[in-house]
Design a protein around this ligand. Structure first.
Ligand code: FES
Length: 141
């Protein structure tokens, strides 16, 4: 084929050595239903109207991997629901307890604290505020 050089064996081998191998650094378990690692928010996330989380209530936003709770004084708290054990998305909220489907870790949705191993690290807190009547969570640090 004119105009298109044929790569040498050395070029091909060098390219292969530099190509990242998918799956390295990913937890041994399958974190998501689709096999993709769940993502913490990397940009502000609009979670809906302020009225969706009443005083004393907790709400899990599965699609956004965020849980929001409001204390009795009206203050909001938000946490990433990506499990700190091996990165599975937590999709189950029982009252104020988040239960990870992968290995059974449990977290307090109001504080992010671990209630049940194997996780040992609390959930990542996300800054959250109400902007123009909407709950907005921001990426954690
Ligand atoms: Fe292992 Fe959540 S990923 S308990």
């Amino acid at each position: 084929m004119p105009g298109r050089p044929v790569p040498s064996r050395r070029t091909v081998l060098r390219s292969a050595a530099l190509t990242p191998v998918a799956g390295l650094g990913v937890a041994a378990c399958s974190p998501g239903d689709d096999g993709a690692a769940p993502a913490r928010p990397t940009a502000p996330v609009d979670l809906g109207t302020d009225g969706e989380v009443a005083k004393g209530a907790t709400k899990l936003y599965q699609d956004q991997n965020v849980v929001v709770s409001r204390d009795d004084e009206g203050a909001l708290k938000a946490f990433s629901t990506v499990c700190t054990h091996a990165g599975c998305p937590i999709k189950k909220l029982e009252g104020t307890k988040l239960v990870c489907p992968c290995h059974g870790s449990e977290f307090d949705a109001r504080t992010g604290e671990v209630l049940h191993a194997p996780a040992t690290v609390p959930l990542i807190e996300l800054p959250v505020e109400v902007e123009q009547g909407r709950i907005v969570a921001r990426p954690g640090t």
